[in-house]
Design a protein around this ligand. Structure first.
Ligand code: F6R
Length: 241
């Protein structure tokens, strides 16, 4: 694991976008994994800028997102599908058929999970996966548990995640209670991972994940066993290391 600390989120975002642009340059038909939430917004803005300047070409890139809420249609303003379309896909030249998120409206959720995992395999696996981390150290929606999960699966969101995500909804009762998420196994099978963490609120969990014991109760800690993780922190997130 290599850890880089940047003076601010803007510089951190440029660096993270640089990793993705380099991956696309090296392998134009690469498979990328993407996250939603506040953390990757700067990275996506920097990637859009690289696209507009002719540096990053998404025309043959395929992508898989980490997760999607259960019971939420693609058009819902809080769906992760819509988040990705608005914050990245519609602003670069990625063909519509080349990006995929789990379908939270699938009638058979278990079949959707199995199909999603198979689609990642069929695409040749993920070359570079962007990760954020939750205040409880979840990665994707893999919440603290007694054991590490494997493939894509349906998860029950914890109270702390519902609390953290309610800022996007009118009331906490509107926050979905379940999501489909890549599992810890799906994440660990990515060939390379870029973990982006920023803000003072994440300083404690950054320390736990990067320097505490590797335990399923701190899901992000598993990344220390991955052979190719680049961690990009701002000074605030790194302040307790
Ligand atoms: C989102 C995801 C989550 C977020 C995490 C941090 O696709 O997988 O693990 O990365 O909840 O969210 P923010 O960035 O909003 O603090």
């Amino acid at each position: 694991m290599t850890i880089h600390i940047y003076k601010d989120v803007d510089t951190q975002s440029q660096a993270a976008a640089g990793l993705f642009a380099a991956q696309i340059l090296q392998k134009p038909d690469c498979v990328l994994g993407f996250a939603t939430g506040s953390t990757p917004l700067g990275t996506y803005a920097a990637l859009i800028d690289l696209y507009k300047r002719g540096i990053a070409d998404f025309s043959t890139v395929r992508t898989f997102n980490l997760d999607e809420y259960v019971g939420m249609s693609r058009t819902h303003e809080q769906s992760y599908y819509r988040f990705m379309v608005e914050n990245l896909f519609d602003q670069v030249n990625i063909p519509k058929d080349n990006y995929r998120l789990p379908d939270g409206m699938a009638k058979d959720l278990n079949a959707e999970c199995a199909g999603y995992e198979r689609a990642i395999d069929d695409a040749g696996g993920i070359d570079l996966l962007l990760l954020g981390i939750g205040l409880n150290s979840h990665i994707g929606f893999n919440e603290p548990e007694a054991r590490f999960s494997d493939g894509t699966h349906v998860v029950d969101l914890t109270e702390s995640t519902i609390e953290a995500n309610k800022r996007f909804f009118a009331t906490a009762s509107e926050v979905p209670r379940q999501a489909i998420s890549m599992g810890i196994g799906s994440i660990m099978r990515a060939r390379a991972i870029a973990l982006v963490i920023n803000g003072a609120a994440k300083a404690d969990i950054t320390k736990q994940a990067l320097q505490g014991p590797v335990v399923p109760d701190v899901p992000g800690s598993i990344l220390r066993f991955h052979p190719n993780v680049t961690v990009l922190l701002d000074e605030a997130a790194a302040s307790k290391l």
